[in-house]
Design a protein around this ligand. Structure first.
Ligand code: F6P
Length: 546
């Protein structure tokens, strides 16, 4: 196969470099010369309205970015993904999280096998189990109904359900307590279970590989806690532990009956697995119907990404905007700022999705990249951020493109004064994107009677790009739409950068070294080959622990 031409040598890339070199306009000027951009630079997908008018782009910029997408064959790779081809080349795997939310009658083949029936078989089993637990028919070892669910998993086996549980709190069964344990720090499990009654607690051990040391360690401790509390009978495990995994052998080795295992498959990446069996804890919390609504939200955006033309294809557009800033304005990071308390974990979830996918420095052919790849993704709910780090976004020296995510209505559960607070929340939302875009000139500051020595301090340069994502309300479907939007945005960027967005070799070295160092900490064993710095730190740790 001929090698892919280096990205930076493509004429479409150098055209963007030239365009950037000529770039002078600020957002005030862009709106003054083209007021129509406020209407023109808005696209809708499903329930989401995406306004990108406050970005540092013109029609010419967008056309050049689209040419780059066409030259790098983003849609060709997209089609290969949807067809089930093995586009994760370094692991030789298909990438088919889109099959997890496909309707029952869809046909999606991996190696000639239609995988949709088995996806729905597992969804049906999850539904039956969720109904049994939620109705109280599934009881624990001592006959008590389950009132607590503890999901033990890490990374993709934790962040998705943990984030969505927060996001959809208002749709959860409030009589069921759900907690998420991920950290191998014993404090995490301790705090999660210390006030729970073991007889009413179900543990969900979530691990694609079922070999992840953090998860297996926590699950082993949870099993000891439970068995000991329920009179030392190992049979209790069968009623209090279920597993979510691709690895039936390891699940059985751990002591969980594979009849209590909900399966998924190697063509689902860990960080793309939340709408597989990994979502079981969420399904228990929100119920099967809401879970299906969430999957339908994902599917709606999948279909949009698969079929919408480039100019109105929202994931394509968002991906290209990120490339414009990261590769041509040297932006190092990207903020995602939800104006919803319920989305407090949304950005943490996106960190794994984006940074584990696109934190790569060699291209698909193994050549070092000569261009920036994935940004640092960060952010917390907006108003809290306003009183913490927004200062740096407004007046610091760095360009930080940001996505603002907001809703027209609070969740229906809020009423009276609490519901009325929503307008104040959203007033902040709109005010911030306005201030970031248009700033305040020195003359405007002077016009307010500010003494000359303070004018520079009170001036806001503006021209900080933001994209606004608005929806009527945060529903399960809207959450699915939002996540799929970001999944495909990440895909687009990986395709343009010619990197494998679906492997994660970069997390392996730390895992291997941790296993090597552990004996030195626990048994005081001599660990050959430790570098002098780490050896000295290990010695200091052992000394301090005495
Ligand atoms: O962090 C590396 C990683 O492999 C993630 O990609 C994955 O989501 C996480 O570990 C957990 O893996 P598993 O589900 O196999 O326990």
């Amino acid at each position: 196969m001929p090698e892919t031409p280096l990205l930076v040598r493509r004429p479409e890339w150098t055209a963007l470099e030239d365009h950037r070199a000529r770039w002078q306009a600020g957002l005030r000027e862009l709106f003054a010369t083209d007021p129509g951009r406020a209407e023109r630079y808005v696209v809708r997908v499903g329930d989401l309205l995406v306004d990108y008018s406050k970005n540092l782009v013109t029609d010419e910029t967008l056309a050049l970015l689209q040419e780059l997408a066409a030259a790098t064959d983003v849609f060709g790779l997209r089609d290969a993904m949807f067809r089930g081809e093995r586009i994760n080349t370094t692991e030789d795997r298909a990438v088919l999280h889109t099959a997890l939310r496909a309707p029952r009658d869809a046909v999606i083949e991996v190696d000639g096998e239609n995988v949709v029936p088995k996806v729905h078989r597992v969804l049906d089993r999850m539904t039956a189990f969720a109904e049994e637990v939620r109705s109280g028919h599934w009881t624990g070892h001592t006959g008590r109904r389950i009132r607590n669910v503890v999901n033990i998993g890490i990374g993709g086996s934790d962040l998705g359900p943990a984030m969505a549980y927060e996001a959809l709190r208002a749709s959860t069964d409030r009589s069921l307590t759900c907690r998420f344990v991920s950290n191998v720090d014993g404090a995490d499990l301790h705090e999660a279970v210390r006030d729970l009654d073991p007889a009413e607690t179900l543990f969900i051990v979530a691990s694609k590989t079922f070999t992840t040391i953090e998860t297996i360690t926590n699950a082993t401790s949870a099993r000891s806690w439970l068995v000991e509390a329920l009179g030392g009978d190992d049979k209790a495990v069968a009623k209090h532990f279920v597993a979510l995994s691709t690895n039936a052998g390891k699940v059985a080795d751990f002591g969980i009956d594979t009849a209590n295992m909900f399966e998924f498959w190697n063509w689902v990446g860990g960080r793309y697995s939340f709408d597989s069996a990994i979502g079981l804890s969420l399904m228990l919390a929100i119920g099967p119907a809401n879970f299906r609504e969430l999957l339908d939200g994902f599917h709606l955006v999948d279909e949009h990404f698969r079929t919408a033309p480039p100019e109105s294809n929202v994931p394509l557009l968002l991906g290209l905007l990120g490339i414009w800033y990261g590769n041509f304005f040297d932006a190092q990071s990207h903020a995602v700022l939800p104006y919803s308390h319920y989305l407090s974990k949304f950005t943490s979830y996106l960190q794994q999705l984006d940074m584990e996918s696109n934190g790569k420095s060699v291209d698909r052919e193994g050549r070092p990249v000569q261009w920036q790849t994935g940004p640092v993704v960060w952010g917390t709910p907006g108003t809290n951020g306003q009183h913490a780090y927004y200062q740096l976004i407004h007046q610091g020296t760095k360009l930080i493109p940001a996505d603002f995510i907001g809703f027209a209505r609070p969740v229906p559960e809020l009423s009276g004064e609490l519901a009325a607070q929503h307008d104040l929340l959203m007033a902040n939302f709109f005010a911030q994107t306005q201030a970031l875009a248009f700033g305040k000139t020195p003359d405007e500051v002077r016009g307010e009677g500010v003494p000359e020595e303070l004018v520079a301090h009170k001036t806001f340069k503006g021209d900080h790009p933001t994209t606004t994502i608005l929806a009527r309300e945060l529903t399960p479907s809207v959450l699915g739409q939002l996540i799929a939007l970001y999944e495909h945005k990440v895909f687009v960027q990986g395709a343009v950068w010619n990197i494998d967005s679906f492997d994660q070799w970069g997390v392996e070295l730390g895992k291997v070294l941790a296993k090597r160092v552990e004996p030195a900490l626990t048994d005081g064993a001599d660990v050959p080959g430790l570098d002098p710095s780490t050896a000295a730190l290990v010695a200091a740790y052992r000394e301090l622990r005495k």
